[in-house]
Design a protein around this ligand. Sequence first.
Ligand SMILES: Nc1nc2c(ncn2[C@@H]2O[C@H](COP(=O)(O)OP(=O)(O)OP(=O)(O)O)[C@@H](O)[C@H]2O)c(=O)[nH]1
Ligand SMILES: [Mg+2]
Length: 411
Amino acid sequence: MTRIVTLSATLLVVAVAINYYLASTYISHGRIQKESTYTYNPLAKGQPKLASNSYLRKQFPPRNLEQIGKENATMIMLVRNGELEGALSSMRSLEDRFNREYKYPWVFMNDVPFDEEFIEKTSLMASGKTYYELVPEEHWHPPSYINKTKLDENLNTSTSVLYGFSRSYRNMCHFYSGFFYKQERLLNYEWYFRVDPDVEYMCDFQYDPFQLLRENNKIYGFVIALTEFENTIPTLWQNVEAFIEKYPDLLHSNNALDFLTTHETSITHYMPFTESTTRYNLCHFWSNFEIANLNFFRSEAYETYFRHLSEAGGFHYERWGDAPVHTIGLSLLADKNQIYHFEDIGYYHVPFLACPHSEDVIASKRCICRPRDAFEKMNRTIDVNAHSCLSRWWKYGAGKSFLNEADYRRW
Ligand SMILES: Nc1nc2c(ncn2[C@@H]2O[C@H](COP(=O)(O)OP(=O)(O)OP(=O)(O)O)[C@@H](O)[C@H]2O)c(=O)[nH]1
Ligand SMILES: [Mg+2]
């Protein structure tokens, strides 16, 4: 009897010790400390079934985060903590369609510090390394030359302007126009892929878009081009004209000014083109999708252009978007043949969808040309809408190339 009691007591002590060891190995002070020899493998025989209070290593299953892609490139996302779900959804889509085969890193930027939940969940969603950067105050808030009273007045009176009421939206557009590429972490990279929360990629990439741009001597890639709401940029074009007059030598000899200034209606499917009151036809590349070279934005020409616009005040006294500002900068300062339309990358950001038109490409690249949140199939992509600027880009930009230059059946 005494022997049985002693044996039971010993077993109990051993069990408690094992339990304590397991718990302390997985979690110490709320943080993962070191790898354990215990790994949960549902395929192995005799493994205990996980209980809800099991301590698993957070990286489950263990992953190698080393970059596979050969380019000096990163994904970037400016995002708020409150947009975590949307950020995860965009990441999941891009990782599945492209990045998990390349493991390029992700750089997240925010005007306030990221919280623990955001950091933990996004790093688990990424296939590669993740970095979390706090945007310096002077890169986010209005510069000293902006008159605060004038800004407040415009915020109060811009009720009919899309996001006209929002101070942070203006900070965001100013940041994406002239500061994202100055963030310290991004100085390590040459290429970026801008990702916004709640977007979706509709096709497998099947190649590295950074490599494609570099090998073909391109500096900027877009998927959607469309017209801007004129009431967000009442004085943008007059300031651009003043810039052209002041710095004529900065314009590239093979620029795409015609893409911005033609008002020809016959190429917009014989429907009326968006009205504009200036020479600018309001065309812009939709900048929530961009794959581009950071050195273009870091160039003296672009910096001079950005400073000129920032000092003119329209980012704050009006609601200039980073999309027309990037587009006009590129169209004036770059060789138009260095701007590339990714016609085989399906992409969706509310409310516009771009998807390849060729049935062969759709099948080979496993495209689903229907966004997750659309109840019905969208049988028109933005490219065939009257306010798309794509046909204008084909005619006045870098022209139109055909998809059979790439052999999709190789994959
Ligand atoms: N950290 C931070 N990110 C922001 C802020 N405002 C916008 N962003 C980010 O900037 C990008 C563009 O902002 P959106 O609100 O999506 O702008 P939009 O695409 O014109 O508007 P939606 O149609 O609502 O998507 C997104 O990646 C946002 O997460 C902000 O105040 N702080
Ligand atoms: Mg958005």
